[in-house]
Write a protein that binds this ligand. Structure first.
Ligand SMILES: C[S@@+](CC[C@H](N)C(=O)[O-])C[C@H]1O[C@@H](n2cnc3c(N)ncnc32)[C@H](O)[C@@H]1O
Length: 215
């Protein structure tokens, strides 16, 4: 079968714990499968945020607990991260997170609905080797896709600790007239994510991009 998108994620062997396996059995209670479902749920909240590649879910949980009137859609393909998020949703009685447990481009390939007030992508897989750059999630067609689902003036935040990726993201935003720089970040973090911490420990700088949709 011909895949529509080159995989943008690294297949991790990561061990899935018993607790994560147990949580994954109730994933469907917390899942969304279509943009129509996202739109339907979002009607019950003041704003709708999308976090792509939430990893071990630290940020999305922090955001959801601190912004109970906002809906958070988390997208991830990494099953142990999804299991961790489901456990945490249950343990903390969180009712403002829904999970899209697949490649986000499958959701964004659906007929667009203008639903997102903010899109957050913290440390997308860097694919540092030049021959793998074509696998990077952030490219021209991705920005065009996500733009179609964002409200006017809504924000997109991207961070990376890989200088070469940062250069290409910066170039994309300069060339692409769909977004303009924004001085305000649409969310506050209380700590570094796992991959931001790793970059810092390995001596890499963190590059952050705050843009907003041009209508
Ligand atoms: C380098 S990790 C960063 C995780 C987390 N944001 C952090 O900073 O700790 C990138 C994550 O993005 C996820 N990812 C990559 N491509 C994706 C896609 N197309 N759709 C959804 N998630 C994706 C990967 O599975 C991985 O967990």
């Amino acid at each position: 079968m011909q895949l529509k998108f080159l995989p943008s994620f690294v297949k991790r062997k990561g061990r899935i714990t018993k607790k994560q396996t147990h949580s994954l059995s109730s994933l469907s209670e917390f899942s969304v499968k279509s943009i129509q479902e996202v739109e339907d749920f979002s009607k019950h909240f003041d704003k709708c945020y999308l976090e792509i590649g939430f990893g071990n879910a630290e940020n999305i949980i922090f955001q959801a607990i601190n912004n109970p009137s906002y809906l958070f859609i988390g997208s991830e393909v990494y099953m142990s991260g999804i299991g961790t998020l489901v456990s945490s949703i249950k343990e903390n009685n969180i009712n403002n997170i829904k999970i899209f447990s697949d490649d986000i481009r499958i959701l964004l390939d659906q007929s667009p609905k203008i639903v997102f007030d903010s899109v957050i992508i913290i440390c997308p897989d860097p694919w540092p080797k030049e021959k793998h750059h074509k696998r990077r999630l952030i490219n021209k067609s991705f920005l065009e896709m996500v733009h179609d689902f964002m409200k006017d003036d809504s924000n997109i935040y991207i961070s990376t600790d890989w200088e070469n990726y940062a250069e290409s993201i910066s170039e994309l935003f300069v060339k692409n007239k769909l977004f303009k720089p924004s001085s305000n970040k649409s969310f506050q973090k209380d700590s570094l994510s796992k991959f931001e911490r790793r970059g810092k420990d390995e001596g890499r700088e963190l590059f952050e991009f705050n843009y907003k949709k041009v209508s």
